[in-house]
Structures are given as C-alpha cells and as structure tokens.
Design a protein around this ligand. Sequence first.
Ligand SMILES: Cc1ncc(COP(=O)(O)O)c(C=O)c1O
Length: 372
Amino acid sequence: MSEQKLLRPAPRADVMAIEAYVPGKSGAAGVAKVHKLSSNETPLGPSPLAIAAFRSVADHLALYPDGSASRLREAIARRYGLDASLIVCGNGSDDILALLAHAYLSPGDEGLYTRHGFLEYPIAIRAAGATAVAAEETHFTADVDQLLRKATPRTKVVFLANPNNPTGTYLPFSEVKRLQAGLPGDVLLVLDAAYAEYVTRNDYAAGIELVATCENVVMTRTFSKIYGLANLRLGWAYGPAHVIDAVNRIRAPFNVNGAAIEAGIAALADGAHTEKAVAHNQRWLPWLAEEIAALGVKVTPSVGNFLLLHFPRAAGRAAKDADAYLTSRGFVLRAVAAYGLPDCLRLTVGTAQANEGVVAALAAFMRGEPGV
Ligand SMILES: Cc1ncc(COP(=O)(O)O)c(C=O)c1O
C-alpha cells in the first residue's frame, strides 16, 4: 500500500525532453492601448459573415458536430478546385501536423525540418518518438541542397513551411519540385502553406499541383491567418487518398467543432473580405519593410504578413532591449530566440495605426530615447 502511494505515472523520457511551445505575448503590463503584433493574426478580423455563422451555432450547442466536416470540406474543395474526399480538417493546422507526425514517424525514425522552421515541427516529431533533424538555411531561407544532404534512410517525414514562419522567406515552386524529386518515394513531404493567400509572387505555388501528381506530398492550410479565425482552431490538409485515410484513422472523431465548421464555410464565401486582407497586406508589408530598413534595422524580405527584424548584439541596442522598449509603448512583437534567432524580433502587419505607431516607436528606440 505505502509503496503504491510512492508510485506515480511517468511520461516517456523523450516527452519530458520537449520544450513546450510558448505563444507570442498578448499584453503589456501597465499599458492602456496594446497593439498585438506577435501572432501573425489579421488586423481586419474575420468576415462579418463568419461572425454571424459562428453566432448561429449557439442554438445547437447540445449536438455533436458533423465528425467528417463534409460541408466544410466541400466548401474548401469548391474554393480551391479540389476533390473533397482528399481533404481532412483539423483543430487548427497544428492538429494536422501532429497527426501526420504520429501517423508516419516511429522511434528511431527522423523527421526533417529547416533550422528556423516553424517550432511545431520539432515538437510534433519528438512527440511521435522520432528524432528531429534541422537542415541549415541560406539567407534565412530553406535550402533544398541542405535538406537533401540531411535526408538519411531513417528520414520518414520532411516538414517545409512555405512561406516560412518566422522568417517570411519562401521557396519558388521549381525548388519545391526539386526537393520532392530528390526525396525517396517513401518520405512524406509536408508542405505547410499557412500563409499562401498572402503570397503574390508568380513563381510561388502552395503545393496543390504537387499533391495531385505525387504520392508522397501533403499540403496543410489554415483558417487562422487570412481568414481571421485563429480563435476557432481550424485547419485542413489536402493529400493523396492513402495519406488522408491514415490521418482519418487516428484523428479525434470530432476534432473540428460546429462553430468552426460554420464560420469556415461563411469565411470562404466572402471573397471580397479576403481580397481586402490581401490588399491591406500588399499596401503595408512593403511600407513597413522600407521604413524599418531606413531606421538602420535589417529586415529579411518577406512574402507573408510579417517581417523578421535583426538587431545588433550591443548592450542597449539588442533585440531584447527593443522588445522591452516597444512593449512599454504598447507594441507587442514576437521574440524568436526559441527559433534560433536570439537577435531578431518578428513583427506582424497590423492596422494602419499600429503600423505607423510601431515605426515611430522603433525610430525613437533607434535614436536612444528613453522608454515609457
Ligand atoms: C507556418 C505555420 N504553420 C502552421 C501554423 C499553425 O496554425 P493553426 O492556427 O492553423 O494551428 C502556424 C501558426 O502560426 C504557422 O505559422
């Protein structure tokens, strides 16, 4: 009896070696007006149609949602020209990324990602009991040669965020195709296109064509960014039938809630709102990049809705000093040391007021003015 009292369940040792994901800060102590520019959320919010659809679900809270999210999958299929049977929805695309790792990785396997790739990848890889292997990047950009060099017979999954968070850089479609062609057919290539809607380069493709023509490519997407539904947790994957089948076998039976389903369908129907969000980003992303570079802060060219800013190491001038200064003025950016970028901050494109305000605050910081 006494011995039983001393016992307690122990998680796997490799689970306890994982550093939990820390989301961007959302507040600033003692500051009345806070601009949250730390999580790549859209400053326009969701479509009013999505808000109304969300509210309509309040009358049906006692009922389970449709476990296969059929109407939502059909709406996605219509919007993007896909086959609804090759889509699976998730509780955010995080859910899908973790499910893919669990379905395709075993202890002893390796999951590959890029040095400054999205943090969820090493977490999902390790949670599946496999080893996370980072391939070096070039100019903060995924490098196909480095990825192929790191691929071994143990590699079973490659995660590529395109564009990548937090760097904002992307690989042109020709490079993604070269990556796929260089990987053995039994390695799953996960193309995470969370920011695809923001990209306006004509050499970019999210991955739909590659999924349609290859047996080992799956694309993931989210409603958290351009559609403004991060709070509802809604993502999806498009892949070959055998990949979608594997995910469907292990996902939670009701992994997408009814409010997310209805809001997602309505958001897809409001093309004008999405266009407005793209236009807002096209107006402000280059403006922010130019204004900030003119202050002497190095900016990595971005195709997403955020920018990576580089600071020197000098005391009082460093990223952590800028972070504290901007926070004291109500501008909350994302510290990205956990991504191997201790000298950087990530800034999300915000409202006009937030964008103009953060540039003014950064200018004051660069001039050495005291914080508030
Ligand atoms: C590259 C990338 N993939 C996936 C996600 C996760 O998005 P979701 O909210 O759909 O889980 C994010 C969110 O920041 C992201 O930046």
